[in-house]
Design a protein around this ligand. Structure first.
Ligand code: AR6
Length: 168
């Protein structure tokens, strides 16, 4: 049975086959969830990321999880919100779909996402939550290995926005 759920929590504590990192195109760390993941994984994560030579917006790359409870980290730079006229919606969908594709290719059963682009990148939460949930549902309909996806929200406002989409 495939499932999708929304929880409040810290993604660095989640014991999933893969957690997704809301990275930037350098893949060399930053603030927000990216900083938290690098701190919790330890310096080996940055060493592996250096060898990846960055990642385009909406694409995804995979590393080991090192000291994290998760086996893998899938790094995806979401789009920076620029008013909505720069393909932000398509790029955000790509971040979810490409991350899930990579998880499936690595035979991950469980995957956890943070709310990509809705922090420092200022993607409006009400739109981002709809895009995220529709992409995840679409992918779960045909995934081979991925069977459980969790949205890990760091605050109540974010959690409420994702739950509102589910209620519709
Ligand atoms: N667990 C789950 N969610 C978290 C955690 C955590 N430990 N910490 C923060 N969040 P952001 P973005 C939430 O800004 O908008 C970085 O500097 C946070 O509250 O981390 O995609 C990168 O290097 C928010 O709801 O990511 C990039 O430069 C969500 O994660 C840039 O930020 C995303 O916020 C990416 O910006």
């Amino acid at each position: 049975m495939k499932s999708f759920d929304i929880i409040l929590g810290d993604i660095t504590k989640i014991k999933a086959d893969a957690i997704v990192n809301a990275a930037n195109t350098t893949l060399l760390g930053g603030g927000g969830v990216d900083g938290a993941i690098h701190r919790a994984a330890g310096p080996e994560l940055l060493t592996e990321c250096w060898a990846l030579h960055g990642c385009a917006t909406g694409e995804a790359k995979i590393t080991k999880g090192y000291r994290l409870p998760a086996k893998y980290v899938i790094h995806t730079p979401g789009p920076i919100w620029q008013g909505g006229t720069h393909h932000e919606a398509d790029l955000l969908k790509n971040s979810y779909m490409n991350s899930l594709g990579l998880a499936d290719a690595h035979r991950c059963r469980t995957v956890a996402f943070p709310s990509i682009s809705t922090g420092v990148y200022h993607f409006p939460l009400d739109q981002a939550s709809g895009i995220a949930i529709h992409a995840i549902r679409e992918f779960l309909a045909y995934s081979l290995y991925v069977e459980k996806v969790t949205m890990v929200c760091f605050d109540e406002v974010t959690k409420a926005a994702y739950e509102k989409v589910l209620e519709k």
